[in-house]
Structure formats: structure tokens, C-alpha cells
Design a protein around this ligand. Structure first.
Ligand SMILES: NC(=O)C1=CN([C@@H]2O[C@H](COP(=O)(O)OP(=O)(O)OC[C@H]3O[C@@H](n4cnc5c(N)ncnc54)[C@H](OP(=O)(O)O)[C@@H]3O)[C@@H](O)[C@H]2O)C=CC1
Length: 751
């Protein structure tokens, strides 16, 4: 353990790291700290604990106390909630960095990419009370002593990024700057989801992940997400930053936390009459810079020569070619000077990364918000949860100062979603819950959200006052689950083949050694009935005497097996004994389904499936298993099926179903002329219960859900779930059978 020695170089490096004022310096001092303490920053799972253990420095300890407090929240499950997840976060703006921190606290491996090399944005963000509380909890005050000192509720984007970058690195996030994300790379071979990066050979290009969070800002929309345009009245925003020399005179000048025209008409009239500048509102924050953001009226911008030519199209109007930079700077300067009463001495523009006065004009007429906040992609069996946060999700109107507050709400909501993903909540439920929460985001204000900031965490219920996490249901977000169908269908086919093989192997295993039994397929091998009898004998030897059976007495053997299986296990036969004995009539699929039921029944614990009381005496005091009455009921229902017309037993294979009744195919005839009816080609008289001739051409009458609609030339059928069910039922010649065997649906669907 390192000693608590003031001359310890790692202590000095830690101080440099904490005080660093550029992205490059933060990374440099962090790397040096890791080197000095001999800790591998890639060991994300143990990094923070090792750092705490090795850096025995009082200044660091006060920071650990804060971070530990956050990390100890139950939602993170001691960093185990997402211990198997790997997350790629795009963008080191405030929202990307804040997301990375939450995902790291959940225990995920987090890699963050940012195309910029430096943090150079002077603009200042308004902070809602909860964001101040939140950032203090991450050590903001330690990293930046002036953070929200006094009553100030704002911070420059650059400072905010620095605070969050430092916290991210300490918590084990891998941050790469100067690398651009160009798109997702589909899984291939053994590889999962990866990213296409610039530079191509960047080490992060080999990172495989199952969660992708885009925080790339307003202009970046990842493939697969759609943006909605919210067009309002023309709104032209201007931002301007002036150097803050932090003199006493500057300190005296009052901030303007947001003054709108309707609240102070005189101010705006005076501004117009004295300077020719016409504004809707103005905000002034004193931070690293003197920062002004205002909404200006087009007419005054044209008059002052800021906009050269009038266009009705906002894009053309505010295009760089239609803007006079000098005039814009003067406009911003005059507005800043007037609104601070000329008290800011020696007002001088701060410079932007291009070395020019940091003044910009923006179009807020058209704001974008994503149609949905999340989606899942699945390719080659590899799933990827995708999510948007920050401006990428909803573009804020800067003068309202909602950007970072709603941005962080979306960050927490996303972390909550990733937590559910990591904990194995069904994917559609994960998406439905995220979209339910997203519906509320744009309505949040400091007033309608919880005031208990200390309780804020990633659980939305700690923040939103009235929230219904299931206002959107899983079936409503099915379109957000993008499945690579070509692959999945071939996978299903593989599944199906392996399902058949597995069943065949099971049959072979349990009939091995029986004379005259050789199971090779799901047709001929079963004709004599001996294979079925052998299966029964293997599992319930008392039920059948194999020595009494004659291979040539096929119908008898089959009938015996069918009866035992129906009586003892509640499995009704799916065909007549003669159908099975006659090689031309063996329906492989039906036999597979029948044997599957036999296997399932024999694989259950005997207390669940055996219906014979002598073989399975139930102690008087023991209640039957909860599932039994239902399965027994279903079996009895299936057993009692008889033809509606002739009242004789009707087997699944010879059965058709219509109007909720079962018929032999041969019995399903027109009451008047005796012609055999086809499904979809008859009408049904509810009062007599008789079938009528369907008429010719057949197109004229169709089966519908009790409703026949006539168009000009012909009667048309309204598609309905009923129609679909009948079609599905036709495959098995009965809808009722399919309904009563719904446990087989997953298997059936593969077919
Ligand atoms: N001037 C202002 O006042 C601004 C204020 N904000 C505010 O900041 C807050 C949060 O913003 P946030 O959502 O975090 O977004 P930000 O715009 O702050 O951050 C996004 C970051 O991702 C980078 N990026 C974009 N595309 C890629 C890519 N393909 N590969 C790698 N990096 C990429 C961006 O670089 P680049 O910017 O070069 O595209 C940017 O640095 C909001 O409150 C917002 O209102 C945001 C932007 C400007």
C-alpha cells in the first residue's frame, strides 16, 4: 500500500489530474497515475477498488466517499446488475459521459468514443436543482471548486465535460478521443456487434458489445432511428461568449437568468429604440466566460444587415452565405452591452476552436426529436440493445435551459433500461418500459418532478412524480425489435431438424432391445404398433404385456397403445389405427406431434401426469398439482370430440372444424343437396344449424366471422383472426385440436 506521504509522486499526480483543465491533460495525468500506482486501467472490474487501495491520500479519500455513496445504491446491485454487458457509448458530450458513469456503476464494461480531441465549448448550460445535487454527488466541487458556488445554477459545457470525464475514468470507463464512429458492423463468424471507426485500425474497433448508446448530439442519428420534425414559428437563436477576467468590476454585474419579452416589455422596447435590436428573450450567465443566449427577431436582423437577404425558408435565411459575420458580432456585442447596462468593462470576445469570435446564430424553428428512444437488433443470434440520449434523442431549445436536465433524465432512464436488459427482463418488455418513460420526457419541469433529490437514482419512479411504466405494452413495440429473418428462419429450420433428430434419438433409446422394433423414422417404423407399445412398456411395464403381442396384428397393437396412452396419460389419438397401419395414410407431422406428447408426458414427474389412480395413489392430504385439472380437462375435452352430424368419434386427421363444431370430412355436406362443403365455401344458418350449398362460382360465398359482406361484383371476406385460425387449423384439419394443444405451439410454429 502506498504511504500517506506528501512527497509521494502519485499524490501530486492525483492533484494534477483533479485540477486538469483540458481533456488532454486529464487523460495524460490519469495515465501517469495508473503507471505510478501500477494499475491497469483496462481492468475495469477492479480498477476503482485497486485505485482506492493504492492511493492512500486524504484528498482522494473525500472523493472516494462520494463515489462510494453513489455506487452503493441498491439499483446497481453492488456493480453486478450488468456485469456481463459490454457497452459502447458514442459522444463525450455531457450526456454521453454521464451515461458512461451510470453503466460503469452497473458493472458493465464501458467504452466511450469521441471524435473531438479537445473540449472547447464555452457555452453555458442551465442546471436544474437536481442536476446540481447529482453532480455534487460525483465530486463536481472537488474537480471544479467554483462549481455552482453561491446561488449560481449553471456550468460551461467544457467544465461539465471535464468533471464527468474525470469521474468516468476513475470508475473504469475506457475513453477514446479523436476517433469517429462511422457505423455498426454486423456480427459475423464468432464476432458479435462491433463498430466501424475512423481511424480504421483503432483498438476500439475490435470491441464487441451488446449495448450501444448514442449521445452524438443533435446532428447524429444512428441508422435505424427516425427523427420527427417539430416545426414552430421562426426562432433565431444567437449565442455569444466574452472573456471573463474575473475582475471585481465584472463580479459586480448581475446575471440575467432569463428575461422574456412578455415579462419586461420596457427593457425590450428600450433595447429596440436605443440600439435597433429586437429580441424575444435574453439570458446572461457569468461562468468561465460571459455567456449570452438570445432569440432575435428576423426584421431587426435584416435591418442591421446581419441577414443579407430575406427568405421564407429558414435554412436559406440563416445559411452562412446569407450572414454577415461582422454585423452578427456587432449585434451580439450591442445586445450584451445594453443588457448589462454597459457595466462589463472591456468586453472582448472569447475565441472558438477556429480562433474566431465565439458568436453563433442558430435556427430553432425546426427542432428534432427521435420517434423512439430504443430498439433491439438481432443478427446471427447476437442481440444489440440500442438507445439514444441527450440532444440525439430530443433537441432542446437552449434559451429555456432544459437541455441538460432532460438530457440527464434520459441518461438515467437509459441506464435503467440497460439494467433490465442485464438482468434478463424480456426484450420487448425492456423496450416497452423505455418507450413508456420516454413519452414523459418532454413534459418534465422542475415543478412536476420529485423534489427529493437525495432519492434520485436510475429508477424512474424516484424522479417522475406520476409514471406508468407500462403505458406502452410489449406488443406495441414489436417493430422496435429488428430481427435478421433470413438467419432466424434458417436457424429455426436447424432447430426443427435438430428437434426431429432429438425425438428420434429419444424413441430409439427407449425402444432399444424390444423384438421386432426398429425405430428409424416417423412413418414406417410405427406401422405395426409395436414401437408405441414398447415405449409404454419401457416407462410403465405394468400396463402392457409385450409377449402377448403379434407383429402382424397391427390394428390391435395400435389400438391397444392408443387406448392406454389416452386412458393413462390423457393423450388422445391423432389418427385412426387403420391410418397408422396403412403406410399411405401415415401423416409424419401428426405422428411427430403425437410422440412429442408421449415424450413430454413420460418426462414429467409421475405425480403430474399419471391419471391412473392405482398406479399413482394420491395421499388424501396432498392436493393435486395446480396444473392437473386443466390438463386433464383439456384431455377430456379432446377425448369427447365427436362428429356433429353422425355423433361418432372423429380423429384429428379426418376431422374438420367449423362454427365451433367438429365433423368427419365426409359428413360435412350441404343439407339441401348433399354436396361436400369446403371451408370458406358455405353459409351457416344459426337457427337450424344446417349447412347450405355454397353456390357457384365459389367466390360468391366465403367464410367470415359470422359476417358476409357484399361488394359490387362479388362478396368479399373481411380478414379476421378467425379466418386466420381456420386456415391454420386446416393444416391439421382442425382448429379445435390446435387450440386444445396450445402447448405445442412453439413447435408448430417452427413448421
Ligand atoms: N452550443 C451549445 O450551447 C450546445 C449545447 N449543447 C447542450 O449540451 C447538452 C448535452 O449535449 P449531448 O447530447 O451530450 O451532445 P453534445 O453535442 O454535447 O455531444 C456530442 C458529442 O459527440 C460527438 N460526435 C458526434 N458524432 C460523432 C461520431 N460519429 N463519432 C464520434 N463522436 C461524435 C460530437 O462532436 P461534434 O460536436 O464535433 O459533432 C460531440 O462532441 C445539451 O444540454 C445540449 O443542449 C450541445 C451542443 C451545443
Amino acid at each position: 500500500m502506498a504511504s500517506q506521504d506528501s512527497s509521494n509522486p502519485s499524490h501530486a499526480t492525483f492533484d494534477l489530474f483533479v485540477q486538469a483543465q483540458s481533456c488532454q491533460d486529464v487523460k495524460l495525468h490519469f495515465a501517469e497515475l495508473c503507471r505510478q500506482l501500477e494499475i491497469n486501467s483496462k481492468d475495469f472490474r477492479n480498477f476503482y477498488n485497486k485505485l482506492k487501495e493504492k492511493l492512500n491520500y486524504w484528498k482522494a479519500k473525500t472523493l472516494w466517499t462520494k463515489l462510494d455513496k453513489r455506487a452503493s445504491h441498491a439499483d446497481y446491485q453492488q456493480g453486478k446488475a450488468c456485469k456481463n454487458n459490454k457497452c459502447l457509448v458514442l459522444g463525450a458530450g455531457p450526456c454521453g459521459l454521464r451515461t458512461a458513469i451510470e453503466l460503469a456503476l452497473l458493472g458493465a464494461q464501458v467504452v466511450l468514443l469521441e471524435k473531438r480531441e479537445s473540449f472547447s465549448r464555452n457555452n453555458v448550460l442551465h442546471l436544474w436543482p437536481y442536476t446540481i445535487y447529482d453532480l455534487r454527488g460525483l465530486g463536481a466541487k472537488k474537480f471544479y471548486g467554483k462549481f455552482c458556488s453561491g446561488a449560481l445554477d449553471h456550468v460551461s459545457i467544457r467544465q461539465l465535460q471535464l468533471i464527468l470525464l474525470k469521474a468516468s475514468l476513475l470508475l473504469g470507463v475506457e475513453v477514446h478521443t479523436g476517433v469517429e464512429f462511422e457505423g455498426l458492423v454486423d456480427p459475423s463468424g464468432e464476432n458479435g456487434w462491433m463498430a466501424k471507426l475512423q481511424p480504421r485500425t483503432h483498438p476500439a474497433a475490435s470491441f464487441q458489445f451488446d449495448v450501444f448508446v448514442s449521445a452524438g448530439g443533435g446532428r447524429f442519428v444512428p441508422d435505424g432511428f427516425k427523427h420527427k420534425e417539430l416545426r414552430g414559428q421562426l426562432a433565431i437563436g444567437i449565442t455569444a461568449n466574452f472573456i471573463n477576467r474575473n475582475t471585481a468590476a465584472e463580479a459586480q454585474v448581475a446575471e440575467i437568468s432569463g428575461v422574456a419579452r412578455i415579462y419586461n416589455q420596457k427593457f425590450f422596447q428600450d433595447l429596440l429604440s436605443q440600439t435597433g435590436i429586437d429580441l424575444e428573450n435574453i439570458v446572461y450567465y457569468k461562468d468561465d466566460t460571459h455567456y449570452f443566449v438570445m432569440t432575435a427577431k428576423k426584421k431587426s436582423l435584416l435591418k442591421k444587415g446581419v441577414i443579407k437577404q430575406d427568405f421564407s425558408n429558414a435554412e436559406q435565411l440563416l445559411a452562412a452565405a446569407n450572414t454577415d459575420e461582422e454585423a452578427l458580432n456587432q449585434y451580439a456585442y450591442d445586445a450584451a452591452s445594453f443588457s448589462t447596462g454597459g457595466k462589463l468593462p472591456d468586453l472582448q470576445f472569447a475565441l472558438n476552436p477556429n480562433g474566431k469570435p465565439d458568436v453563433a446564430m442558430f435556427d430553432f424553428t425546426c427542432m428534432y426529436r427521435a420517434e423512439n428512444a430504443s430498439m433491439v437488433r438481432e443478427k446471427r443470434g447476437k442481440k444489440l440493445l440500442m438507445s439514444l440520449v441527450g440532444d440525439c434523442l430530443v433537441e432542446p431549445f437552449w434559451p429555456l435551459g432544459t437541455g441538460i436536465a432532460r438530457g440527464f433524465f434520459a441518461v438515467f432512464d437509459t441506464a435503467w433500461m440497460v439494467r433490465s436488459w442485464g438482468l434478463g427482463v424480456p426484450h420487448l418488455k425492456v423496450l416497452a418500459e423505455r418507450e413508456s418513460i420516454y413519452q414523459l420526457l418532454s413534459q418534465t419541469t422542475p415543478e412536476n418532478t420529485s423534489k427529493n433529490y437525495a432519492a434520485y437514482c436510475i429508477n424512474p419512479k424516484t424522479r417522475y412524480c406520476r409514471i406508468n411504466l407500462s403505458s406502452i405494452q410489449p406488443h406495441q413495440v414489436q417493430h422496435l425489435y429488428e430481427l435478421d429473418k433470413s438467419h432466424s428462419s434458417s436457424r429455426k429450420q436447424k432447430h426443427m431438424v435438430s428437434g426431429f433428430e432429438e425425438l428420434l434419438k429419444w424413441c430409439q433409446k427407449h425402444t432399444r432391445g424390444y423384438e421386432m422394433v426398429d425405430v428409424k423414422d416417423f412413418t414406417q417404423s410405427w406401422r405395426s404398433g409395436l414401437a408405441l407399445c414398447a415405449l409404454i412398456h419401457h416407462f410403465r411395464p405394468k400396463l402392457i404385456d409385450m409377449s402377448s403381442l403379434d407383429e402382424s396384428d397391427m390394428i390391435h397393437n395400435i389400438q391397444l397403445a392408443f387406448s392406454i396412452l389416452e386412458k393413462e396419460l390423457g393423450i388422445p389419438p391423432v389418427m385412426s389405427p387403420s391410418d397408422l397401419a396403412n403406410s399411405d395414410h401415415i401423416d409424419k407431422l401428426s405422428l411427430v406431434l403425437y410422440i412429442t406428447q408421449i415424450r413430454n408426458a413420460f418426462s414429467l414427474p409421475s405425480s403430474v401426469h399419471i391419471l391412473h389412480p392405482e398406479l399413482n395413489p394420491t395421499p388424501a392430504a396432498t392436493p393435486p398439482p395446480a396444473s392437473e385439472p386443466e390438463s386433464r380437462g383439456a384431455a377430456l375435452m379432446a377425448n369427447s370430440e365427436e362428429c356433429y352430424f353422425c355423433h361418432l368419434r372423429v380423429y384429428v386427421l379426418e376431422r374438420i372444424s367449423a362454427e365451433g363444431k367438429f365433423f368427419h370430412r365426409s359428413c360435412f355436406t350441404c343439407h339441401r343437396c348433399g354436396i361436400t362443403l369446403r371451408l370458406g365455401g358455405y353459409t351457416y344458418d344459426q337457427t337450424t344449424g344446417e349447412g347450405h350449398e355454397h353456390g357457384r362460382p365459389p367466390r360468391e360465398f366465403h367464410l367470415s366471422s359470422g359476417r358476409i359482406e357484399k361488394s359490387d361484383s362479388r362478396v368479399t371476406r373481411q380478414p379476421s383472426s378467425r379466418t386466420r385460425r381456420v386456415r391454420f387449423g386446416q393444416i391439421f384439419r382442425t382448429a379445435g385440436w390446435v387450440r386444445s394443444h396450445s402447448a405445442l405451439f412453439p413447435f408448430l410454429q417452427q413448421l
